[in-house]
Design a protein around this ligand. Structure first.
Ligand code: NAD
Length: 292
């Protein structure tokens, strides 16, 4: 079986996950093209990666020359056609099935025929995305954790038609990024979010029912269960829109009411209070993302 070497990577979606994936890939020496809806969004994503790396330079964890070399390996774009020379493309657009299906159909048309298409989806069927792409054997789930540069795990999800060669190349890439992988079946939520989302949703119900304040619930889980973060602060970090989207997939696809999203979570998302990235969720944040 051939394990392809990935040198030119495309990343679609320059939000918190796409930025993290692009950063880790460029730090591993890959040439990265980061595509968002507009050139301005993509440019802003590349600038944010530069800032993140700049903070590492200030702390003495990275030298300025390395930062410059890493940033120089990341290019911005707004067009799937520009992804035509990529060996592999990782999609990190919002957790919306209709959007991702459309995207995989478009990427399937524009990417090189032998390029692998991976999705960073938290819950959506890789088999469905594979079918939409027109190259089902070269589609795979590569579920990074947030924040990507710090979190060791990548969950690898094989769709029904994913080939052994696609899996082998993807595992090799994750290893090059310095990540540990686990294999998860293509069942909604995979392994990590099947465990995590019910916990976060239950914390929302706890707040909704007045079980305690947000701070009490988080401190309870941090100190009582020895978790590094409380569930509500973690939900704020993930993005409440993303948490709700995943909960909706678990609820509708698995058909069990135990996954029913909490009405309070729906309300926060309706208000636009989607967490740290919006400056407000269960907690409030300043422009630097620090809790106020
Ligand atoms: P985000 O909201 O921070 O970023 C999404 C990005 O996609 C934005 O920059 C947006 O402009 C861009 N986008 C929207 N439509 C697009 C289009 N048509 N073409 C190109 N770009 C488009 O979201 P995120 O937290 O980075 O999540 C992205 C994906 O990663 C989702 O599938 C999510 O489930 C998954 N994920 C998220 C986390 C997390 O903790 N947030 C963890 C693991 C996986």
């Amino acid at each position: 079986m051939t394990v392809a070497t990935i040198e030119k990577l495309g990343v679609v979606g320059g939000g918190q996950m796409g930025q993290g994936i692009a950063q880790v890939a460029a730090q591993a020496g890959l040439d990265v093209l980061l595509v968002d809806m507009t050139r301005a969004l993509a440019d802003s994503a590349v600038a944010k990666i530069g800032k993140t790396l700049g903070r590492l330079v200030e702390k003495g964890k990275l030298d300025a020359a390395t930062r410059d070399a890493v940033v120089a390996r990341i290019h911005a774009g707004d067009d799937h056609a520009a992804l035509g020379d990529r060996d592999m493309i990782i999609e990190a657009a919002p957790e919306n099935e209709a959007l991702k299906l459309q995207m995989f159909a478009s990427l399937g048309q524009h990417a090189r025929p032998d390029a692998i298409l991976a999705s960073n989806t938290s819950s959506i069927s890789i088999t469905k995305l594979a079918a939409a792409s027109g190259r089902p054997e070269r589609v795979i789930g590569m579920h990074f954790m947030n924040p990507v540069p710090l979190m060791k795990l990548v969950e690898i999800v094989r769709g029904l038609p994913t080939s052994d060669a696609t899996l082998a190349t993807t595992l090799e890439l994750a290893k090059r990024f310095g990540k540990t992988t686990i294999a998860a079946r293509d069942i909604p939520g995979f392994i990590v979010n099947r465990m995590l989302i019910p916990l976060l949703n239950e914390a929302c119900y706890g707040l909704y029912e007045g079980l305690g304040t947000a701070a009490d619930i988080d401190t309870g889980v941090r100190l009582g269960l020895n978790h590094p973060m409380g569930p509500l602060e973690l939900a704020d970090l993930i993005g409440l829109d993303t948490c709700l989207a995943i909960a909706n997939v678990l609820h509708s696809e698995l058909g069990d009411d135990k996954y029913r999203p909490c009405p309070l979570l729906r309300q926060y998302v309706a208000a636009g209070w989607v967490g740290k990235k919006a400056g407000r969720g269960f907690y409030t944040y300043d422009g630097q993302g620090q809790r106020t």
